[in-house]
Design a binder for this molecule. Structure first.
Ligand code: SAM
Length: 318
């Protein structure tokens, strides 16, 4: 499988404190010097593109907390050969930024929103920002992005009663609603392991409410989601079954965190880092050669690697 997709985490900070994601013990945030600067991120991204990457997704932490995110998007969008620039955000700061990000060249946006109920939102995120996140979603839908997706991590006893309401959004809006199986990753989310609500259970509830789902052909490089449509719907419904499915064989992605550490797999330790090379002034071709070596070790890691089980999605970005 060609590796052509980079998930790039821009910050370890988040404005939410989600029960399934943020670590229980906070070690303190990275210092300014530990973080890659905009110019370093852009040089690293150009080297990834030189090594064959075609799509970059900005994530975090919360990527919209990164200072001058609009300027950074512009820098990245200018990289020759980059076909698509996307972002995953909780949407809380998106209302005022969606238009500027689109103008700066952001192609697509995924918004993580797990409930439409203010009390449940506060329970999940520790924050009363549901209205902001909803406004962010609406701003994205009006913003002219090529696609807007809504990511819903389904958790038993937390939000599974809202599956019908979320599915309904795919009927009313040109929106891809994606139900994601909850995946215990760090110590905090392991405490929630009983909350797994499988894709099969979610799909059954959607079809009971709205009739049969029709599966759509997989998009090229479309990732692990299986995508469906409800009859007469403007949007789509996707399922990402990280627990009950196994898609390592078709994985086309690498991850880099905001300090330049590279992870060949979500379940691997970081095996390489670009920061020292970047700070030593390495040329793009040298960086690209270094990255190509990482492609070779990717298949050493799998979802059930011995190193799995200690991932901080909150800084690596899922
Ligand atoms: N702050 C941004 C956001 O909320 O979209 C980007 C970072 S967040 C870690 C990226 C994605 O990872 C979100 O969609 C989040 O729901 C998902 N995620 C985090 N922990 C997860 C878990 N244990 N199981 C499944 N998805 C998870």
């Amino acid at each position: 499988m060609a590796i052509d997709y980079l998930r790039l985490s821009l910050t370890d900070r988040c404005n939410l404190n989600c029960i399934y994601c943020t670590p229980l013990e906070k070690k303190g945030f990275l210092t300014h010097d530990e973080l890659l600067r905009h110019e370093e991120i852009a040089r690293a991204a150009a080297a990834f593109v030189g090594a064959g990457v075609k799509k970059i997704r900005l994530t975090g932490g919360e990527p919209l907390l990164r200072k001058n995110i609009v300027g950074l998007v512009k820098l990245l969008k200018a990289i020759p050969g980059l076909k698509e620039l996307a972002m995953t955000t909780n949407g809380v700061l998106l209302r005022d930024l969606a238009g500027q990000l689109r103008e700066a060249g952001l192609d697509r946006v995924n918004i993580s929103l797990n409930t439409l109920n203010p009390a449940t939102y506060e329970r999940i995120t520790g924050s009363a920002a549901l209205e902001d996140a909803w406004d962010g979603l609406m701003a994205a839908l009006k913003g002219g992005f090529s696609e807007v997706k809504l990511n819903v991590v389904v958790m038993k006893g937390v939000n599974e009663a809202e599956i019908k309401e979320f599915a309904r959004l795919s009927k009313d809006f040109r929106l891809s609603v994606r139900f994601i199986e909850f995946f215990p990753t760090n110590k905090r989310s392991v405490n929630l392991a009983h909350a797994l609500f499988t894709t099969a259970e979610t799909k059954k509830l959607v079809e009971k409410a709205y009739g049969p789902l029709t599966e759509l052909p997989p998009a090229r490089g479309g990732g692990p989601a299986r995508v469906f449509k409800l009859s007469g719907a403007k949007g789509k419904i996707g399922f990402i079954s990280g627990r009950s499915d196994y898609f390592c064989g078709s994985c086309n992605r690498l991850r880099m965190d905001c300090t330049g550490k590279i992870y060949p797999c979500l379940f691997s330790p970081s095996t390489h880092s670009l920061r020292d090379l970047l700070r030593a002034g390495a040329e793009e071709a040298v960086l690209a050669d270094y990255i190509k070596k990482i492609f070779l070790v990717k298949s050493d890691y799998k979802k059930d690697s011995p190193s799995a089980g200690n991932i901080e999605m909150s800084s690596l970005g899922g």
